[in-house]
Every structure is written in structure tokens, then in C-alpha cells.
Write a protein that binds this ligand. Sequence first.
Ligand SMILES: Nc1ncnc2c1ncn2[C@@H]1O[C@H](COP(=O)(O)OP(=O)(O)OP(=O)(O)O)[C@@H](O)[C@H]1O
Length: 231
Amino acid sequence: MLSVENIDLYYGASHALRSVSLTAETGKVTAVLGRNGVGKTSLMRAVVGQHPIASGDIVWEGKKISRDPSWKRSAAGIAIVPQGREVFPLLTVKENLETGFAALPRPLRHIPDEIFDLFPVLRDMLGRRGGDLSGGQQQQLAIGRALVTRPRLLVLDEPTEGIQPSIIKDIQRVIKQLADRGDMAILLVEQYFDFAHELADEIIVLERGEVVLAGAKNDLDRENVRTYLTV
Ligand SMILES: Nc1ncnc2c1ncn2[C@@H]1O[C@H](COP(=O)(O)OP(=O)(O)OP(=O)(O)O)[C@@H](O)[C@H]1O
């Protein structure tokens, strides 16, 4: 289980996260919702170790990881699918997937077949350059690359951004399948309400760096949650 406990995060003098807490449990999807600029990406950066926190704690599988560098968190089973995908455009699909090996002990340095079962298009395009893929295919590649590390916590930052509807459906199906497998906690940041609401078990809503609503999806009024996302 991931437990984020009252964390604060700053960019210089700008206070981007204010005493934010959440938990993400194995086999469940925790969705972090909120409009542009409320601090969702900052929260993800704090969890994976891409930006330091000023106070509070991040606890993963019972250990404080708040000060651990990102490579250590990656080796501890935490993987991110970053906003904007960050596929390496000049590397092939295979090479992009293999960048996930860095986090793995030698015997696990192979691409599990399961990734091609989830995203058959990746098998067909193994030799193509990442930069030649469509946006949706790149998103599938970014998720595949994260799965190569065999994560026990998968962090997805706005996976639907700029993706066509048919691929959004595929991605939704895959996230559901991964959650149902029951061996991974999923932390999903989204602005696309319907997508996130359908997948979520737990919901956290952020506004101006603060948690304004949190709870199990079934305990929260759907329309009330939606009002926090409409402009
Ligand atoms: N590197 C940075 N330096 C300074 N300020 C930043 C930096 N990154 C983000 N911010 C600011 O911190 C606040 C939270 O940004 P963040 O990217 O976490 O929000 P977000 O909810 O993920 O937004 P979006 O949906 O646009 O990605 C915003 O006011 C943003 O301008």
C-alpha cells in the first residue's frame, strides 16, 4: 500500500501542495481528479521522487521513501507513465521497452509476453521508431514500458490526454484488467471525468494544491465530484 501523509511541496516560494494525503491499495484504482494546475502532476512527481517534498511522509509497503531518489523507488516497484508519455522518439519500440530493464535484476530483463497480449500493436511495431507512432500508440508504449519493470504501484498521469476515443477505450480496458489482477496498486491522475470515474475505487479531488474531497467512489455523489472538474 502507498500512503501519502500530509505532504507539502514548493516550487521556490510557490506552495503547490498543501498537506495532501491519500492511500493507494493493491488491486484498486485511486483516481486523483482536478482542473488544470491544481497540483496533480506535482503530487505524482512527489510520489515517484522527481520533486522533493518539504514536509510530510510518503510510505510504500511499510517503509518511508520520502527521501529516496527516483531510481530507488523504481527498484522498489514504483513505475510512472508520465504526462506527455515521454517516449524516446529515435529509439525503436523494442528499445523503448528495454529502457525499463534498468530497474530490474538481470534474470528479469526480458519483455513479458503479457505486454503484447495487452497491447498487440506493440508487437507489430517492435522495429518502428517511437517518434513514428501515433499519440495513442505512444501512450500504449509508455504503459508497456512501465509494465516491463513489473510494478507493484503504477502511476498514470493523464493517460487520455490527446488520445483518440477508440484507444482511450483500450487503455481503460487495460487499466481495469491490471487492477483486477490484484497485484498492483494504481494511482491515476485525470481530468477526463467519465474515464476516471468508471475506473476508480477511491477518489481524491484537488483544488489549488489542497484535497477538497476524498473517499470511496461509492460513497461520493457522482455529480458533486463532477462539479469540481467543470470550468
Ligand atoms: N517546475 C515548476 N516550477 C514552478 N511552478 C510549477 C512547476 N510545475 C508546476 N508549477 C505550478 O504548480 C502548480 C501545480 O501544477 P501541476 O502541474 O502539479 O498541476 P496539474 O494539476 O498537474 O495541472 P495540469 O493538469 O495542467 O498538468 C501550478 O500553479 C503550476 O503553475
